[in-house]
Ligand binder design. Sequence first.
Ligand code: PHE
Length: 357
Amino acid sequence: MTSSPLSTLGDETARALAAIEAADELGALDESHATLVGRRSAFVALQRSLGTLAPEERGAAGATLQEARRRVEEAFAARRALLESRERQRRLDADRLDLGDVVVAQVPWRLTLGHPSLVASTQRELEDVFVAMGFKVADGPEVESDWYNFEALNIPPAHPARGMWDTFYVDLGEPETVVLRTHTSPTQIHLMEAAVAGGTLPVHSVMPGRCYRRDTPDARHLAAFHQVEGLVVDRDITFADLAGVIETFTKAYFGEDIDARLRPAYFPFTEPSAEFEITCTICRGAGCRTCSQTGWIELGGCGMLDPAVFDAVGIDPEEWSGFAFGFGIDRCAQMRYQIADMRALIENDVRFLEQFS
Ligand code: PHE
């Protein structure tokens, strides 16, 4: 019996399968395609040798050969798919951007957390001082009618005292005059109206908030600034109560070495009225540019509630008395932190702002 031309088929198939399994790279696998299953493979040579078989044997031998070749082609395709997907994964891994690395390594500035502005934190501290003294905290609108900002405060139209507040007018196309509040005093009117309507007198409240004046900014003034209004309406309130509150507040907020003084002044909505000054903290009273060489800094105004204001809100001045005060929050921050020029508060220079984080 002549040896079959397919006697080496088993070995050739096993060798091809082993070579496919051993191929670790797509390029190498593809290069070996011709020798493993293609033109130069053992299968093509064996195919040719089938011609030496008797015609009746050729069919079965051809089928065996085709079956072996199909198995090798399948193994090749499967290996190729596997290597291809490995290759894709390797590319993805190499291309991945770790954003954490990018932010830390490449962004030139530090990421810093913000903090409340000096004005905001000063407002909070002032509120705390007054809450500790028994006051409640309230607020009110920044856009007011002429009635709340002036008339109810005993400042009728054309009253010469209007010159004390350079006013921004808001043109809403309405007959009523509307203004940006020039002080927090209109909140006095809102609170007293609400207390009368709700039957909740007495009132002991402070009302912090932003105010606006058509002033040219300078070392002590901003066109948009902040005040704290204080209002007490109760029975048997005297000027001594007012002076005591001012004194207590000054020592509590600025420290024992800072003095407060009241000087006679005029406000249409209080009688008597006073200006409230403290020792200039920048020169400690010696006199400097910020206090215009006086040694004192004006913080605000105060006085006993005028009967005309009680009248405007319907409170009986025979039964109730009270006082009000209003002073600058920005001015307090300036004095507390010895800021020679208040405009630094709104210039947003981070070197300045970071000192108060
Ligand atoms: N509203 C006054 C001002 O801003 C200050 C003040 C408040 C005076 C309360 C008396 C009573 O100038």
